[in-house]
Every structure is written in C-alpha cells, then in structure tokens.
Design a protein around this ligand. Structure first.
Ligand code: ADP
Length: 309
C-alpha cells in the first residue's frame, strides 16, 4: 500500500500531572492518539514523512507549552486549532502502592471542538494519505461533529487514503453502552485498517475468539485488521489471508500505552511498505519496550534501531 502525502493523527492531548516525591507533581503531556503519533515519529524519519497532530487547544500559556512540546518532537502542529475560550484537558495520577488511579478535568477541553469547523477539518485532512483516530477521539465529540468527521474520513477514503482506527474502548467516556457500540461500529465502517484489542471487543460485542472479532469487522468492509491480545499472538487478517504473529516476551512494569505503541509500530511499517506480518512484529517489538518503561512516551532514541523509513 504505497501511501503518498502526510500522516495525520486526530485526537486529544492532555496535560498529565504525575506524582513525584514530597507531594510534588511532574507535568507531562499524554493522549492515546499522541502516543501512536509519537511512535510513528520515532520509527519514520522526519525528513521523509510529515506527521500532523490534529486537535484543538486554547490560547493560554499551558496550551502554548503543549504545542511547543509537540513541535519540539517533530510533530506538525499546523492543524492544532487555537480556541480562545477553551483550554486543554488535564488529569492527575494518584498512586496507592503500585495501583494508579486517575482524576480528570476534560469536559470543557478545546479538543472536543476539533471537528466543529468544517473548513478547518477539511484543511487538516488536505494532502493526508493516512489518518489515525481512536474511539476516544469519537467519544469526546458532539454527535454533529462526529458525523462531520465521518463524512471527512469517508471522503479521504474515497480519494484513496487510508483510515486507521483503534476503538480504544473506554466505557466511562460514553453516555451509554448502546451509543458506544453503535459509534465504534461506525468507526470500523469508515476504516481501511482496524486495530482492536480482543478482550475489549469481546466484552462489547460478545466475540468468542479473535477470529470472530476479525470476521465481524471484515463484514463491515475493513480489509486489514489486527486483533491485539496482550502477551498472546496478534491475529492479522489481510484480505482473505489470516495469520498469527507472536508477541515479544517482556516483563512489563507499566502497560500504559501498550496498544497505542503497537499501533505506532504497525502503521510505521505499513507506511514504509512492509508486509502486515512484518508490521505486526514491529508493533510487538515497540510495545514490548514501552511496557518495560514507566509512562507512555519513551525517548524516541530508544527506538532508533527499529526505524523503518
Ligand atoms: P491495550 O494496551 O490496548 O489493552 P494489549 O493489552 O492487547 O492492548 O497490548 C498491546 C500490545 O502490547 C500487544 O499486542 C503486545 O505487543 C504488547 N503487550 C501487552 N502486554 C504484553 C505482555 N505481557 N508481554 C509482551 N507484550 C505485551
């Protein structure tokens, strides 16, 4: 699948406050679609591929810092809209032993309006050959904006672009299960590449096995499907072919970002014209390293030996 043009990842980046010693917190930036963009960036040369982050932030200093952070890591920020009456979402991590719990302030975040302006959305996807989004991207949008995004993605698909979708199921972000199931199914319908996680889809749709998950998604018109399944092999379905790709053995210390980093590895390899089996192996290799480190965003240099383009 030769992909021409830019890569775009659409979603919400948040401010993360993580506890350090003495009651202090370290400020970071995080978000599922940022994580995937990050690992695509780590594996593809900035000289060869532009990776846009498509989102919205405020015009305050904290929003400025987030945009500077993205740009400093070679992510293209021209499609990060600046909205003067909003700011960025924030979450704070609380530790109780090894368990982490999260408190969120995101209901009024600017990213919820990322698809509100049709002209801005069209510009964000202009010249894009592959777009990545998640169920979290869909969950934070108002229904009208979500429909607008689906129309724009369908248009991109019609002009030969790839639409990669990970449902990244987070029941708390949805008003009810029926809406969540229906919108995620719609996400699959518009996708050309689906990247689900088996236990999550099994819980929502009652799938008995990864093969059933893949068949259900294929029936929605998706030609390329990777069903992740933790330490177990990933099932890849590509057209009529189906194969299992074993994970890399790892002793995880923090599985935050496992699926997102797998997606980054898989998509980077596909963008670099590698076969799906090789792409899934790269996804596993990236994820196995990420889960052995704390936090979702690891130093990109740690992945230099895995670069594909
Ligand atoms: P998610 O993070 O979306 O819940 P998974 O748990 O399926 O997704 O993990 C995504 C990927 O992370 C897996 O496909 C695999 O590559 C890697 N991974 C997760 N857990 C392990 C593990 N215990 N050992 C090795 N690899 C793992």
């Amino acid at each position: 699948m030769p992909i021409t043009g830019d890569i775009a990842s659409i979603g919400e980046c948040m401010v993360e406050l993580a506890p350090i010693e003495g009651g202090f917190y370290r400020r970071g930036f995080a978000g599922d679609t940022l994580n995937t963009a990050w690992y695509m960036r780590a594996l593809l040369s900035p000289a060869a591929r532009r990776i846009r982050y498509v989102s919205a932030v405020g015009t305050d200093g904290l929003s400025d810092s987030m945009v500077e952070f993205l740009a400093a890591n070679a992510l293209d920020t021209r499609s990060v809209a600046r909205l003067h009456d909003r700011t960025v979402g924030l979450y704070l991590i609380t530790l109780a032993g090894a368990e982490r719990s999260f408190t969120y302030w995101r209901s009024m975040s600017a990213a919820r309006l990322l698809a509100a302006d049709p002209g801005r959305l069209a510009a964000a996807l202009d010249g894009v050959g592959l777009v990545y989004l998640s169920g979290i991207t869909l969950a934070i949008l108002e229904p009208d904006d979500r429909s607008r995004l689906f129309v724009a993605l369908e248009a991109l698909r019609q002009r030969g672009g790839e639409v990669a979708f990970d449902p990244n199921i987070r029941p708390k972000l949805w008003s009810d299960r029926a809406t969540m199931a229906a919108v995620i199914t719609e996400g699959y319908r518009v996708a050309t590449i689906a990247l689900p996680t088996f236990p999550d889809d099994a819980e929502l749709y009652g799938d008995e096995s990864p093969a059933v998950t893949a068949s259900r998604i294929a029936a929605l018109g998706v030609g390329e499907i990777v069903v992740k399944n933790g330490a177990a092999p990933a099932l890849v379905r590509f057209g009529q072919q189906e194969f299992m790709v074993p994970a890399v053995e790892a002793q995880p210390v923090d599985t935050t970002g496992a699926g997102d980093s797998f997606n980054g590895g898989y998509l980077a390899a596909r963008i670099a014209c590698r076969e799906p089996s090789e792409a899934a192996a790269l996804g596993h290799a990236v994820a196995a390293r990420v889960i052995c480190l704390r936090g979702a965003l690891a130093d990109m240099e740690l992945f230099a030996d895995l670069r594909v383009g």
